[in-house]
Design a protein around this ligand. Structure first.
Ligand code: SF4
Length: 356
């Protein structure tokens, strides 16, 4: 479905990237020469999170956990606290676990002997999938491992005029093939990692989902969809790739009990052990739609519910949550916690911001 992008297009995109790339904290050295630890941490943080959000988190993380040993030795609660706000907390737990696996296998510092040296070896670590393994191996080790993310798929779909949905596995395969083909025709000294970054950068900036800047794009002359728009064969490049099927949302109603310490801003928190955000903390809750105080009593949860404080709405994965929040009257010996010292769920943060 896709051929080679063509030597000229590859050169044009690489030279555009060299001139235009954004200065980002994890781009401190040229692609192919970066520290494995820093590339790995930044790539995990960047999954499902915007670059501008990740920047400060990455800097604080490298300050607190500058080496793989320091991350491996940290308490999980502290790791989660440094992640709080980035969402998708499984990523932090996997980073922590993989750091322990790396240290056990002999890795020290940020790079060097003892660290995995290929994408295939990286894939054996907890939480490291195809994308992360390819990104780390290409950006830190110079391996010709193509990355495929949403930006790459969009550029590949438009460049090759592929009529495939963005979540279609066939588009993923075609994009991967196209990226790999390009890596066989890089100009002399061209780094596979730089090609990966250049395509991702194009997707993140000029070849954006809704307002692509084709008129100033380095691939303007070679991009098939752009050509089709110019000839009137299609109306807009934005139609590529095709839209995925809409998400099927599930409605979920929860009841939360908010208990505050009588003389401070401490609150009663419980740790989630299963479902979404395991390991993070929030006020006690239960699933329920009916009369809240009775449902609370029937569930055997501690304390009793008082007045209703209000409703908070929240979405997570495929759930639309409606949380009814009540004042929780607690027994005298309840243990309250300072919420700033633990990792909180996103919904807990909304509740505490509003009422504490
Ligand atoms: S010409 Fe337009 S559609 Fe094609 S790659 Fe560039 S920005 Fe994307």
């Amino acid at each position: 479905m896709t051929g080679q992008p063509g030597k000229r297009a590859v050169e044009q995109l690489l030279s555009w990237f060299e001139r235009q790339q954004r200065a980002l904290p994890w781009r401190s050295a040229p692609a192919g020469q970066r520290a494995l630890y820093a590339v790995w941490v930044s790539e995990i943080m960047l999954q499902q999170t915007r670059v501008d959000v990740v920047g400060p988190y990455f800097a604080a993380w490298m300050n607190r956990f500058p080496t793989v040993e320091m991350l491996a030795e940290a308490e999980e609660a502290e790791v989660l606290r440094h992640w709080a706000g980035l969402g998708y907390y499984r990523r932090a737990r996997f980073l922590h676990r993989a750091a322990q696996e790396l240290v056990a296998a002999g890795a020290r510092g940020q790079s060097g002997p003892g660290w995995p040296q290929t994408a295939a070896e990286w894939k054996k670590l907890s939480g490291v999938g195809e994308y992360t393994a390819a990104a780390v191996a290409s950006l830190a080790l110079g391996e010709a491992a193509p990355v495929v993310d949403g930006n790459v798929k969009r550029v590949a779909a438009r460049f090759n005029a592929l009529k495939l949905a963005s979540d279609d596995r066939a588009l993923h395969r075609a994009a991967e093939e196209w990226m790999a083909e390009a890596m066989t025709i890089l100009p002399e000294g061209g780094e596979p990692g730089a090609w990966n970054e250049a395509v991702m950068e194009l997707g993140a900036t000029l070849c954006s989902p809704r307002s692509p800047g084709c008129g100033i794009c380095p691939l303007e002359d070679s991009c098939k969809v752009n050509e089709m728009v110019a000839s009137g064969a299609v109306a807009l490049v934005e139609g590529y790739p095709l839209a995925p099927k809409p998400t099927e949302w599930k409605e979920l109603e929860l009841i939360y009990g908010l208990a505050r310490a009588p003389d401070s801003n401490k609150v009663l928190l419980v740790q989630r052990l299963e479902g979404w955000n395991p390991g993070l903390w929030e006020p006690p809750s239960l699933i329920g739609t009916g009369e809240a105080a009775e449902a609370w009593k029937a569930s055997g949860a501690p304390g009793s519910l008082g007045e209703e404080l209000g409703v908070v709405r929240h979405t997570i994965t495929r759930h639309k949550i409606t949380a009814r929040v009540y004042r929780l009257e607690m027994l005298k010996d309840a243990t309250y916690q300072d919420p700033s010292l633990v990792g909180l769920t996103g919904l807990a943060k909304k509740i505490l911001r509003r009422w504490v």
